[in-house]
Design a binder for this molecule. Structure first.
Ligand code: UDP
Ligand code: MG
Length: 308
């Protein structure tokens, strides 16, 4: 019988996790054609999440877990889950039931019968989300798809049902700065998109603030496109031409009208403008350098403290 691993990254989910388990069990009971295993990843939670996992593992042999030595972030949690998973299929799900388990049979069918390598999900609305956040999210997806030539779907969740080949492809990407939305697109494979309407988390609260999302989007861009570096050299070249044109203009004006000393305020403006531009561009270069530095150190993405 084929086996399916359910990977669930959890950070402070003591309230949501038991509900998640209960709801998912109901759905799994309707899918006798698969053998299941759970892989809960405790991402350094500071509440009773690990105790909940231990208790579930004690009563249900399907349940396995790994617990990190500290909080390493959801990306690290997903990587650990995918690494530990032994199934022919692997599903990644959030613990807060925002990823409806009812979709599992449909996702399985897409992969088993319809010839897809992966079934991924997408929220069709962003109800219950602050409008500014939705606006920036849309902007981000538009920019990423243009710059990185990746096929990233707006509203895509990390909730996916994948075949082993795709999981192995993802695991072969050894980068330290992991941006899964990009990685999923980068590895390719045939993906079926399943839409559902957004739902609120069952318990607990979201771990993402506006600024952590913003930082995450920068992370994604640096990981998947070097376009900003190309823009930087383009902007530099552009200003060289502008400077040349301006020089000719000044020269001709001095020839025609003499050279009264005026215009120091415009000079001051120009100096500050270009100083700012140069710092901005060095900042972009610095970001790539910093990521390269972290990659070279080759530190592990996560550290496991306890495992079952
Ligand atoms: N998560 C994690 N490590 C973190 C932050 C979040 O493992 O540092 C998990 C979290 O427990 C949940 C999933 O990632 O299962 C998604 O997090 P959340 O629901 O807070 O994000 P949102 O759905 O609001 O985007
Ligand atoms: Mg959530």
């Amino acid at each position: 019988m084929e086996k399916c691993s359910i990977v669930v990254p959890c950070y402070n989910e003591e309230e949501a996790l038991p509900l998640f388990y209960e709801e998912t069990e109901k759905v799994l009971a309707t899918m006798p054609m698969l053998e299941f295993e759970y892989l809960f990843v405790d991402d350094g939670s500071r509440d009773g999440t690990l105790e909940v996992m231990r208790a579930l593992a004690a009563k249900d042999p399907k349940v396995h877990y790994v617990s990190f030595s500290r909080n390493f972030g959801k990306e690290a949690g997903m990587l650990a889950g995918l690494t530990e998973a032994t199934g022919d299929y692997v599903v990644v799900m959030d613990a807060d039931l925002q990823d409806p388990p009812e979709l599992l049979p449909e996702m399985y069918k897409a992969v088993k019968e319809e010839g897809y390598d992966c079934a991924a999900t997408r929220r069709v609305n962003r109800k219950g989300e602050p409008p500014v956040r939705s606006m920036f999210a849309r902007l981000f997806y538009r920019m990423m798809n243009r710059m990185a030539k990746l096929n990233m779907m707006d509203g895509a969740r990390d909730y996916r049902f994948m075949k082993r080949v795709m999981v192995d492809a993802i695991l072969s990407m050894k980068e330290y700065h992991r941006f899964s939305k990009g990685i999923f697109g980068w590895v390719g494979f045939n993906t079926k998109w399943i839409d559902f309407t957004n739902r609120e988390r069952v318990a607990g609260k979201t771990k993402w603030s506006f600024f952590s999302l913003f930082a995450y989007s920068i992370e994604g861009m640096v990981a998947f496109t070097t376009a900003p570096l190309e823009w930087a050299s383009f902007v530099g070249l552009l200003f060289c031409f502008l400077a040349l044109a301006f020089l000719i203009f000044l020269f001709v004006r001095a020839l025609l009208f003499g050279d009264p000393v005026i215009g120091w305020p415009s000079l001051a403006c120009m100096i500050t403008f270009f100083a700012g531009l140069q710092l901005f561009v060095s900042g972009i270069i610095g970001m790539y350098l910093a990521k390269a530095y972290n990659e070279i150190k080759g530190r592990p993405v996560y550290i496991i403290r306890e495992k079952k």
